[in-house]
Each structure stands twice: as structure tokens, then as C-alpha cells.
Write a protein that binds this ligand. Structure first.
Ligand code: ATP
Ligand code: MG
Length: 390
């Protein structure tokens, strides 16, 4: 049976004059992502996108791919009726929705008449189709108020479709519609979630990872690249800039007071990230920071680390509990990779007593011992760019 996906656009339908720009981007994103899965015909009419699934394609994979494209509110997986007649609708519903009828005790029919030339009203269509289906499935009672199964009939311009109702899409806005940002990607649970949350709001991501070889292993780097790959299931494609960070950490360890190590190190991360962001056209930094989670994520610490950059720092996890972050990590498929036990550069040379509230000017004074500009430049020059793809 021929199947199609009907995707309803999310909040971009609220856009005024530039709605077309958003729709074009959404369609382009969907086509690019779908190209890896199947050769589907994809068209848009009246804020509904039609994905025609070829007979030889894996329809579940097509559905899965579509459900990870940001910008769609709902997805209905439907059968295409061979003809645009009530007989054809009934016959299609009988076959296509047989498993749904088998699992339901009650049902109703809801119809939409997009094709205004069709010679019946939507109520008449529902009544007729509902009556016939009630005869075909005598064990399933009609119930107009709280049915287990709602059979949807859509009389559209070209075809009639039958389905069992929409499921939620990925939501959010089309990737790229709000510009580009650099994601500071560690191997932990929080930063992939932070990246996903901002990608959902339409940001295209470029990953940055600070790598402290040999203090952190090649496998730790592989783990981060794997996290990047997992994110591409949602954001399509991404490159990760792997920044050599060992020399900087050693310099700080050798020349600055131990208690300030973490703060100074994080200020370097911010400076380098800003330099990378500017190079790749990113207009914000994204981190997985969460208020109070660790010493470097207190208000005071974030003020000190954020003050060395002018780009906005987006911290979508800032007000979330760990459990809430973990829930998202599981849902988006990054959790299992995140909990693999490889160390991060942040855990190398960690001070025994990190300073929670540095005095004004204290960190700047300590940094006098370092040639900041040269250190940042050397790190940027040593970047290895890795394209991660599904
Ligand atoms: P995460 O799950 O993101 O690792 P965390 O609680 O371990 O969170 P920290 O290690 O303090 O947090 O790091 C805070 C944020 O700084 C991370 O969410 C990430 O955005 C960034 N960060 C930390 N380490 C690195 C790294 N090696 N490379 C890039 N960014 C990093
Ligand atoms: Mg971390």
C-alpha cells in the first residue's frame, strides 16, 4: 500500500512576511536529511509537507528521519487511497487500519475536505465512512467523545488519505533559521543536550572540543566525536574543531595559583571558542553549564569566565535539574555514549580547593604571568577539524 507522511509546520506558520524564507529552509533541511534514507518526492502545499514514500523504501526509517527534523509540529503517517472516492477510502481504511481496529474498543471518523470541489461536506464524509467501518468492524463501537481510535480521512487536492492520527514532530524551528553557534562539546551528559536544545531553536551548530592529549586519551576524543555524530541525527551535519589544550593547561598549572586553575582554564576555553566562532560565522557560544552543579558553575564563576568574551553565551541547561537533563539525553540518544568512562580535560589538574568567589581583579592579576594572545593563537592554529556525519 502506498504511504505518505503529512508533516505540519510548527511555529513558523506564525511568521509574517518572512514565513516563506522559513518554509524554504525547512523544506531544504528535510530534503537533505531524507536523501540519506530514501528517494522520496517531497512537496509543500499550504504549510503541509508531503513526503511520498517509494514502494521499495523502509517506511519506518523515513518516519524516524522526519521525526528528527526540527520545525514540524506533527507528523501523520497515512495511506494513499488509490482513488478519491468514498469506496476507495473505506477499502483503504479497512486494510491499512486493521491493526488499529484490532487494538481498539471504540472509534470515530474525522474528515477534512481540503478539496472544496468534493461533493460532500466533511461531516457527511465522516458519517458515511463511519457507518461502513462500523459494519466492517462490528466489535468496535462508535464513540464520538472518547474513542480509542480516530480514523482520519483527508480529502486533499490530488489524493485522499487515511490515517490514525498525528504524532508529535521534533518541534522547534528549522536548523539554520536563527543563525549559527559554536557548541562547547565535552564528553559529558550536559553539553550534547545543550546543543540539541539550541539546535531545536533553529541554530546550526559547530562543535568545539578541548583535548588534552596525553592526559586525556584518543578514546576520550573518539567518544566526543561519537556524541557529535549522534547529534547529527537531529542537526544533519556538523564539524567538530578539536583544540589542542595540553600546553595551555600545563602553562596555567606551572604559572598560576592552583585554586584559580579551573577559572583561568575556562577563560581560555571561552577566548579560543570565540576565536573559532568568529571564524565559522557563529554568533553565540553554547555550553552545558547548569547553575551550581560544580564550583565552576556558580554565578560568580560564570561571571568571571564569561567576561573575557563579547559573544553571548547560551546556557540552555542552566535552570534544569540533572534528572531533567538525563531524560533528554536518553530521548535524543546521547546518554549511553556520555556515560562511557573516559576522562575530560576539565578533570586534569583539578585543584583540591577550587576558588568559588574570586576577588575582583584576582584572576586578571594571575593571568599576567601568561602570554594569553600567543597561547590562544597557538591553540587555534593547531585545530583539527573533523566532519562528523551519520
Ligand atoms: P558536561 O556534561 O557538559 O560535560 P559537566 O557538568 O561535566 O557537563 P563541566 O565539565 O564543568 O560540566 O563543563 C561545563 C561546560 O563546559 C560543558 O557543558 C561544556 O559546554 C564545556 N566543556 C567542558 N569541558 C569541555 C571540553 N573538553 N571541550 C569543550 N567544552 C567543554
Ligand atoms: Mg564535562
Amino acid at each position: 500500500m502506498k504511504e505518505v507522511l503529512l508533516l505540519k509546520c510548527g511555529e513558523i506558520v506564525l511568521k509574517g512576511l518572512n514565513r516563506k524564507t522559513f518554509e524554504d529552509r525547512l523544506l531544504k533541511n528535510l530534503k537533505r536529511r531524507m536523501a540519506h534514507v530514501a528517494d522520496c518526492e517531497i512537496t509543500m502545499r499550504q504549510s503541509v509537507v508531503y513526503v511520498e514514500i517509494p514502494d521499495d523504501a523502509d517506511a519506518d526509517a523515513v518516519m524516524e528521519c522526519a521525526s528528527r527534523v526540527f520545525g514540524f509540529a506533527t507528523i501523520s503517517r497515512a495511506a494513499v487511497c488509490p482513488e478519491k472516492t468514498l469506496e476507495s477510502v473505506i477499502a483503504t481504511a479497512k486494510d491499512y487500519l486493521a491493526p488499529n481496529f484490532a487494538a481498539a474498543k471504540t472509534f470515530k471518523v474525522e474528515s477534512k475536505r481540503g478539496d472544496k470541489k468534493f461533493p460532500m461536506t466533511s461531516t457527511e464524509i465522516s458519517q458515511h465512512v463511519g457507518g461502513e467501518l462500523a459494519d466492517l468492524f462490528p466489535d468496535v463501537r462508535p464513540d464520538m467523545h472518547h474513542p480509542d481510535l480516530t480514523v482520519h480521512v483527508e480529502m486533499r487536492e490530488k489524493y485522499a488519505f487515511v490515517h490514525a492520527g498525528p504524532v508529535p514532530g521534533a518541534g522547534g524551528m528549522p536548523i539554520g533559521s536563527n543563525g549559527r553557534a559554536a557548541l562547547l562539546l565535552s564528553g559529558g551528559i550536559d553539553s550534547p543536550v545543550a546543543g540539541w536544545m539550541m539546535a531545536k531553536r533553529g541554530l546550526e551548530l559547530c562543535g568545539i572540543h578541548f583535548f588534552s592529549y596525553p592526559y586525556t586519551s584518543e578514546r576520550a576524543k573518539e567518544k566526543v566525536l561519537e556524541l557529535g555524530r549522534k547529534l547529527t541525527a537531529w542537526c544533519g551535519r556538523m564539524s567538530v574543531m578539536v583544540v589542542p589544550f595540553t600546553h595551555i593547561q600545563e602553562e596555567i598549572r606551572d604559572k598560576c595559583h592552583e585554586e584559580l586553575f579551573t577559572l583561568i582554564m575556562r577563560r581560555f576555553m571561552m577566548r579560543i571558542s570565540q576565536a573559532v566562532a568568529k571564524r565559522c560565522g557563529a554568533k553565540a557560544l553554547v555550553t552545558g553549564e547548569c547553575l551550581g552543579q560544580v564550583a565552576s558553575q556558580t554565578m560568580d564563576a560564570m561571571l568571571v569566565t564569561g567576561s573575557v568574551v563579547e559573544l553571548p553565551i547560551l546556557r540552555p541547561c542552566i535552570g534544569m535539574d540533572k534528572e531533567e537533563i538525563v531524560q533528554i539525553a536518553r530521548r535524543i540518544g546521547t546518554f549511553e555514549t556520555s556515560i562511557l568512562p573516559y576522562e575530560d580535560c576539565c578533570t586534569v589538574f583539578t585543584p583540591r580547593h577550587p576558588r568559588l568567589r574570586p576577588m575582583p581583579g584576582e584572576v586578571e592579576a594571575a593571568e599576567q604571568a601568561l602570554d594569553i594572545e600567543a597561547m590562544v593563537q597557538a591553540a587555534v592554529d593547531g585545530i583539527e577539524r573533523v566532519q562528523v556525519n551519520l
